[in-house]
Design a protein around this ligand. Structure first.
Ligand SMILES: *Cc1c(COP(=O)(O)O)cnc(C)c1O
Length: 383
């Protein structure tokens, strides 16, 4: 029998890990997002000052120089489990040797984005919305990044977003009513630079809905200043999707940053990626989604990990995701349950994957299975 993984109480609670490895940082420095960026851990020496690396990690860091850069903000670095080289925070941001293994099903562009770019940097796959990749930089780099082919500047391919061409395309394409700003991480831009983009988009009449996909509130909560929130507030309706994978990431500072965003009227969603030894157990996911609700963030998507080069050590079976959703539905608040999706390899878009609650369905009736496994019948109408 497999025992459920126990979760430390500290991971259910909202705690601060600051200043951790940076005892000499002043309060002002620590809370300054530019100081956090300047002091990111980006080298082997920087890592080894604080952690004893496993051979797999050591080799991974050396290899990452030519692939996807390593970069970890002090805020996030403090969440790393010092004694456990297989810890859930470590596995997300410290490269491992396994990244150099290429499985035959893995590719550089798993969601076929390059083939759906009418303008460099603008992905137009769905009828009424676009994904606008405005930067190739992030506060920290996730080892399973779906865009590792272009992100961080370390790999062979580069992102050259054509802003004027993209705005012209959007002006001409009146069917586009939803623009998702992504990258890279849009919140690494200065307030001014970001505002230029938002105001330009808002000047296009048929664009109804703006959203920003970002992991900055998690990696760099100091960036969520009141000034930024006040600027964003001018461009409503503006929604935000953050990216949290593990309950420990929801620190006191992150909760405060999310609260500032919510207080400025920004509806918040969360996207998680299902990752091996990070969040692939029901107790961890349950704790995560329940903590998100406390931060006024609605779990939006749970992604099956994309088939990116060198990601096999982070991927799980698809069944694992279905099992987790089954363990949440009915057992906790409906608002806490994300939609599990696979971004179809080759460019098919996001496809929902659900546990099967329909036991049979014909012209006469549908037989349903509830969260406890009990069966119920509902008659089909008029037959
Ligand atoms: C994910 C994605 C979107 C947004 O999809 P929603 O289901 O509306 O959140 C839009 N464009 C592309 C290319 C995407 O990959």
């Amino acid at each position: 029998m497999v025992l459920p993984t126990l979760i430390a109480d500290v991971e259910r609670a909202f705690v601060s890990y600051a200043p951790g490895h940076w005892p000499d940082a002043t309060h002002e420095e620590w809370n300054d997002w530019r100081w956090q960026l300047k002091n990111r851990v980006t080298t082997l020496e920087g890592l080894e000052k604080h952690l004893r690396l496993s051979p797999e990690e050591r080799a991974g860091v050396i290899l990452s120089a030519h692939k996807l850069a390593m970069s970890i903000t002090p805020h996030y670095f403090n969440l790393i489990e010092v004694d456990d080289p297989e810890g859930p925070i470590r596995r997300q941001v410290i490269p491992r040797f396994e990244e150099s293994h290429h499985h035959p099903s893995e590719v550089a562009d798993p969601c076929g984005e390059d083939a759906h770019m009418p303008v460099p940097g603008l992905v137009h796959r769905y009828p009424d919305r676009v994904n606008f990749l405005i930067t190739d930089r992030c506060a920290s780099y996730c080892r399973y990044c779906t865009r590792s082919r272009v992100v961080s500047g370390a790999g062979e391919q580069e992102l050259h977003t054509e802003f004027e061409q993209a705005f012209n395309y959007l002006e001409q394409h009146t069917e586009v009513r939803d623009v998702l700003l992504s990258g890279g991480d849009p919140l690494l831009f200065s307030d001014d630079k970001l505002e230029k983009i938002l105001s330009r988009l808002r000047a296009i009449k048929h664009i109804e809905f703006l959203r920003i996909g970002t992991r900055v509130p998690i990696f760099l909560p100091q960036r969520i200043t009141i000034g930024l929130c006040q600027m964003l507030q001018k461009y409503h309706p503006l929604w935000m999707s953050v990216h949290t994978n593990h309950p420990r990431e929801l620190t006191l500072e992150v909760r405060a940053a999310l609260e500032r965003l919510a207080n400025h009227g920004i509806p918040l969603g969360n996207q998680s990626v299902l990752l091996s030894k990070v969040n692939d157990t029901l107790p961890i996911m349950k704790s995560l989604v329940q903590k998100l609700l406390q931060c006024r963030v609605r779990p939006y998507y749970l992604y099956q990990c994309d088939l990116i080069h060198g990601s096999a050590h982070l991927r799980t079976s698809v069944s694992k995701g279905m099992e987790i959703i089954e363990g949440l539905r009915g057992h906790t608040t409906g608002y806490a349950i994300p939609q599990f999706v696979i971004d179809a390899p080759g460019g098919g878009g996001k496809v929902p994957v659900n546990p099967n609650y329909i036991r049979s369905h014909d012209e006469k009736k549908i037989v349903l299975q509830n969260y406890e496994g009990r069966l119920f019948e509902y008659p089909e109408i008029g037959l």
